[in-house]
Design a protein around this ligand. Structure first.
Ligand SMILES: Nc1ncnc2c1ncn2[C@@H]1O[C@H](COP(=O)(O)OP(=O)(O)OP(=O)(O)O)[C@@H](O)[C@H]1O
Ligand SMILES: [Mg+2]
Length: 377
């Protein structure tokens, strides 16, 4: 199906299912009888992502929301959508009325503008309020994942915001949460390919130290930017946006030999035209491979030589960028000089980070949280 056909279908589907989607996204999929843990606390794991934020509660609640906040543009917009702000799917759905703000850049709160800071604050308040509401209004504590090498300042800004709505919060690195969810705490490497960052982290039997982790900023957003530019360069005059480029990527992303040509319909001067974007998509997706290989190679060499053989069989790809077709195979080939290399894409890349954070919150008593990361409470 073409992008434009999809867009039409999506628009129709959206009308039918907007209500349902909003309910699913914002009202939390709460199980009927909340069972707070740790006294009257509800423990949660939060994956605060550039693209999506996922919260999973010990009482079975789950909430997944696009990390976007929308503010009405003017008095007319206000009449249509109220004073706002609107969040996630609802904000995207009503985007013509809104100024959209994506408050997380490269996986951390943008602190460049007051608006971004406020939007991040409102987003965190919104998701925690959703959890609280469904668990009888009691206190919420938990663990939040941030990019492996988020700066101290980023973490402190996040804690400052979380403190307003949560009782105890611990900030840990995202790939560590993935490793914890997989139960792979030793001789293992996690590559988390998100929207803002690619985080690579090695597990050596304890909480990863800063030198065990690398964050680079060539994640999915970077691919969207490059794909938009590549299509425009090859087909001047085509009406391509970052959002359309992202949709082409999410539907067709691949590396290596294409299974079939990637043909999409885009508009030129308002008219639909078919374009073959196979080469552009391939080149852009493959551009992330050398970077990941380099990070993995650096981290492999940091393991005890006796552990390297097993580590090479325990490399996991997480984050939704791990859905790029053929990426596991191409990375395996690029590492063939190392012998037997096994790279596995995790199941459920959307939720695995939040699941790991919750598992950690449930299994490690809060008294030991300061040994794992930065916290308050
Ligand atoms: N099938 C797919 N193929 C390639 N990329 C995809 C696919 N599905 C989603 N993505 C991309 O994955 C990225 C989102 O991944 P994820 O939800 O793990 O990110 P995030 O956790 O929000 O970001 P970060 O960890 O950087 O803060 C987006 O760039 C999205 O376009
Ligand atoms: Mg992520």
């Amino acid at each position: 199906m073409t992008i434009l056909e999809q867009e039409e279908n999506i628009r129709q589907d959206q009308e039918d299912s907007a209500q349902e989607a909003m309910e699913q996204e914002t009202a939390t999929h709460g199980r009927p009888a909340p069972a707070p843990t740790a006294g009257n606390q509800t423990l949660v794991g939060i994956d605060l992502g550039t693209c999506r934020t996922v919260v999973i509660g010990a009482d079975g609640q789950e909430l997944e929301i696009r990390s976007v906040v929308g503010y009405p543009k003017d008095i007319i917009s206000r009449q249509a959508v109220g004073d706002g702000p609107l969040f996630g799917h609802e904000a995207l759905e009503k985007r013509n009325f809104l100024e959209l703000c994506y408050p997380l850049a490269e996986g951390v709160i943008r602190d460049a503008s007051e608006r971004d800071y406020q939007a991040a604050r409102e987003l965190i308040h919104h998701v925690v309020a959703g959890i609280k509401e469904n668990s009888g209004g009691g206190p919420v504590s938990g663990i939040i994942g941030v990019p492996a090498r988020a700066s101290l300042m980023n973490k402190e800004v996040l804690l400052q915001v979380a403190r307003e709505v949560m009782d105890t919060t611990l900030v840990v690195s995202e790939p560590f949460m993935v490793a914890y969810a997989l139960g792979k705490l030793n001789r293992c490497i996690i590559v988390d390919i998100g929207a803002g960052t690619v985080d690579v982290c090695c597990m050596k039997g304890s909480v990863p130290a800063p030198e065990d982790q690398v964050t680079t900023f060539k994640g999915g957003d970077y691919l969207d930017e490059r794909l938009e530019a590549a299509i425009l360069r090859r087909h001047p005059g085509v009406q391509i946006t970052r959002s359309l480029a992202c949709r082409i990527k999410e539907e067709h992303a691949f590396v290596g030999e294409p299974e079939r040509p990637v043909e999409v319909t885009l508009r030129v001067d308002g008219k639909p035209v078919r374009f073959d974007v196979t080469e552009e998509l391939r080149t852009v997706c493959e551009s992330m491979v050398p970077n990941i290989v380099e990070q993995v190679e650096t981290l492999i060499a940091s393991f005890d030589p006796e552990d390297q053989e097993e580590t090479l069989k325990n490399i996991y790809l997480a984050g939704c960028g791990s859905r790029i077709r053929g990426l596991d195979r191409m990375l395996t080939n690029a590492l063939q000089d190392y012998g037997d290399v096994r790279i596995t894409c995790v199941d459920d890349p959307e939720r695995i980070g939040a699941k790991g954070a919750l598992k950690l919150a449930l299994e490690v008593p809060p008294g030991h949280w300061p040994e794992i990361g930065l916290m308050f409470g």
